[in-house]
Design a protein. Structure first.
Length: 126
């Protein structure tokens, strides 16, 4: 999954009424199952990074240090290793078990998933 999709999943979990620490842990825990699903990743990680940092910033501005923010941050955190010059990946979902790569035509599926997760997170703000 793209990091911004992971962040949306974490924000949705944060909207469930968990506290900030629990939302952070739930966000981190959500990362693995989403990585195991076959998906399409952006080849230009800088685009995903800019989108994710922008989304995290927007959540922080809109909600402060809320469970939504901490859930999104926890879900995005494992993807930091994609930005580092590492010889191997350490997060369990980033190794050989990473979901089978799908072509660009599947980007729409992930966009719909992102939209649904973002809508769930926003609904939790009410």
């Amino acid at each position: 999954m793209t990091t911004i999709t992971h962040a949306a999943a974490g924000a949705a979990l944060g909207s469930l009424g968990l506290g900030s620490p629990a939302s952070f842990l739930a966000g981190m825990a959500s990362h693995l199952p989403l990585d195991l699903v076959p998906h399409w990743d952006l080849k230009r990680t800088w685009i995903d990074t800019v989108l994710t940092v922008g989304a995290l910033g927007a959540i922080l501005i809109a909600t402060g240090s809320s469970p939504l923010f901490w859930g999104a941050a926890g879900a995005a955190l494992p993807d930091l290793e994609h930005l580092l010059p590492l010889r191997r990946k350490y997060f369990p979902g980033h190794g050989a078990r990473h979901g089978r790569a799908l072509g660009r035509k599947h980007a729409l599926t992930q966009a719909v998933l992102f939209a649904a997760l973002a809508a769930a997170a926003l609904r939790g703000l009410r």
